[in-house]
Design a protein. Sequence first.
Length: 549
Amino acid sequence: MNKNSKVLALKYRPQSFDDLIGQKVISETIINSIKSNKIPNAYLFTGIRGVGKTTIARIVAKLLNCTNGIEKICKESLCENCESISNSNHIDVLEMDAASKTGVDDVRDLIEFSRYGPSSSKYKIFIIDEVHMLSKQAFNALLKTLEEPPEYLKFIFATTEIKKIPVTVVSRCQRYDLSRVKSLELFEFIKKIKEMENGNISDDALKLIVKISEGSVRDALSLLDRGLLTLEKNKELDLLSAQKIFGYFDKSQLIELFNLILNADEKKVIDVYRRIYNQGIEPRVFINDFLEILYYFKNINLITLESTNFSLNNDEFARIKKIADQVDHHIFIMFWQFTIKTLEEIEIVSNQNLSIEMFLVRLMHLVSLKSTEEQFVKNDLSNNSKKKDMSSNYVIDAVDQIKNVSQEKTIKIEKHPEIKAEAKITVDSFEKLLQICSDKKEIKLKYELEKNVNLVSFDKNRIEISFNDNLDKNFLKDLSLKLFEWTNERWIITLTKTKGKISIKEKEQNEKNLQIEKAKGSQIFKNISEKFSDVELINVKSKKNSDKK
């Protein structure tokens, strides 16, 4: 087969430790052990796909069987043994795929074959790839031979699922954990190969390949191969083209979307998301990328541009930092929790696209609640204006959604729809507040207070509450305005994560349930139940209340 016709992952497969990248410590350890003649009975290489497990296995086989010895190992002009091992046709180096040969009979054949010494080399070597696929019986059959093999026999195992291998097998091997290849090292590697292939690909496109490959050399080479095949003559594969080819979208769109969410601009948020969706981005991919960008927003001051694994460029990094510096970081934590929950929800929703749109709306709802967490309603009348009619006009400035609560604006005098301060009313308890809402026909406000609010504390001109997900997003603003209108004083309303008292409605329901349970224990109910087996008690009214009616 013509070498030029091979895929890049095979064409540039390392033939020695000099060609291998990202596993320097492991290669040095193995070479030193062979030089010291302290060769283990079995090697076990574990790590993610494409970091060099099988490649290292073949290199170790060469080191053990090279006719020139470890000190003069073949590099360019290969000896007969090294050449045969490279081509996977050496008679004494058997490669076995445990994914296709999982049974105990396969292992027994292997053990039977091991009884015969090597034909043309120093060691007989069994390389078993994806060894975790072997059955339990197959592992048990292998144990004795693995622990005390003949001097000429060596095992080399490779796996991506180390936890699936019995500890009795792992303990008999010299284990090496292969790490992901560092982003910068992988970038330099594929850039070198791109030049050797005369490919016209921008550095930004190469960085995207590195990002997608997640430290896997094989994945990076496969993506590079795909990128080179799509190139037209004399045309460069830039970042935008690479994003389309590999199904990734520009991170700047996510940053724009995030900024719009913080500003609670619902129409533009949905428009931007639909634009992303129309690029062919799957909802699950979108959510995962949203989590990634959310991580950068939360930790931008703790990371560097290099540590983002080329996910961001200089401009995107600067934009995230600018926005993040203006936002209360508790918002990012709440967003993370909601996003993780949505990742689970989309698995059970048939139309995932609509679920994502509702998820974005919910985030804007959260921002709206957070931004009014400690909204100050303040009377800015000067001494002269206080003498005038108390019906002076006030409106509240729109709160800048991406600023901290401490930066929120206060009200100021405007000539717009009136908010009249009535005769001063004393509101000295939560119950009094509910009564005033009832007297003033503020039914919606009363409903929110009773149903969706849990009182934490009630002091003079300060209310601290917790709430559930059903709370209306304009509740805090409406309550603040009404309190000022009724008391002619400013109030501070604080949202907290502290679990407050149960809501009024919950308390009423609990009392009702207690009365029902008590009534079920009465003799009257027992007598009725004996005559009517399907009787059900749904409500209890006290005799006192009935007499009043």
